[in-house]
Structure formats: structure tokens, C-alpha cells
Design a protein around this ligand. Sequence first.
Ligand SMILES: [Mg+2]
Length: 216
Amino acid sequence: MTVPEDAPEWSPLSGSVVGFDLDLTLLDTREAALVALRAIDPELPAAVDLGRCLTSAAELRAELSRHLPERRIEEALLRYRAAADAEGVAEAQPMPGAAEALARVRGHGGRAVVITGRRPETAAAYLRAAGLTVDLLVGGAAGPEKVSHLRRHGVEVYLGDHPLDMTAAAAAGVFGVGVTTGYATADRLRAAGARMIVSSLSTLVAGPEPAPHPAR
Ligand SMILES: [Mg+2]
């Protein structure tokens, strides 16, 4: 997809298949993660890099390994997942503009697709709890694993808060939109391949109704 500089009314939400990352893009899962970390050890939330815990299962494991002895890691991960799936669900909140952004995509006949590193059952429960509806949910795909799913599902635009989201979008030939509602700055997202930066999904729904891409 080319940057439609000649069409200022163009919106990434006007794509026919629009992909979204989950954590810190569509959902604020910080409180859910804190609940899960407290289930391991009440001291952990103050010690860990929360952004890293929310990046992927591999990053969560690596972050826990900085604070816990190796022999405790497996048990800690089990506790984390159990608490995230139980008490954590009620803490999942939609990011500002998330419901409206999904409604925009689906309102013009587009498909809203979530591609996330989260386990599918957890992702589905969080979306439900936050009152968000999507057309397709692909779970268990973190970082570079997103590339093949972006291609397979014909995603045209992918919105994410993490540099790895933008790297995956660029590798898949997808128009990456960096949303600075996570821990990454606009510069980092741009350096990772973001073609557009927005400070919030609300920014995308604040404007006029999206016009179709002029090339389509
Ligand atoms: Mg994210």
C-alpha cells in the first residue's frame, strides 16, 4: 500500500482488512498484568519492567528470570497465567478509541483482525470482558511470527504499539501504524518501520468518516 499523501481524508481504518495488536493497542492490560505478577510475589510489580512482561511470553519469562531463581520460573509462569486468566480478566480495559476504531472498520464492511502473542483463549476472554468485537482473532503469534499471519489473512494495515509490530508489518509488506499508547516512542516505532504514527486510536476516529483508499 502506498502512502496516500494526496488524500488527506484517507484513514488507516478504511482498509478492507485492518489488523490490530492486542496489548496496549486495543486493550489496556497493565492492571491485569500487575494482578498476575502479584499472584507470584507481591513485591514483583514494583521491580519488573511491565512493558517487557506485556511484549511476549518469551519476554515475560526473560523478565521474571531477572528477579526470580531459575528453579521458580516454571511455577511462576503457571501462577501468572492462572491469575491472568482468572482475576486478570476483569481488569482488561479497552484503550481510548478502541471500540470506535473497530466499529469504523466494520461499519464500512471491513474486517477487523487481531494478531497477538497472547494465548487465543486469554485474548478472547479479555476482548469479551472489555466489550470489544472483532472478526478474527489469531493468538500465540508474537513478534516475527506475526508476518505469516498478516500475509495469510490479507491484512492491509496493522496497528501496534511495539516496534516488533512495525517490523512484522514492514516484513509482510503491510502499512504499519504505530500507536504510542504503549512504551515505545514515536521515533522507535518509526525506526522499526512505522509508516504513520498516532498518539491514540481516538485520533483516528476523531476525524471525518474514512474515505476508501484512492488506489482501490
Ligand atoms: Mg502490544
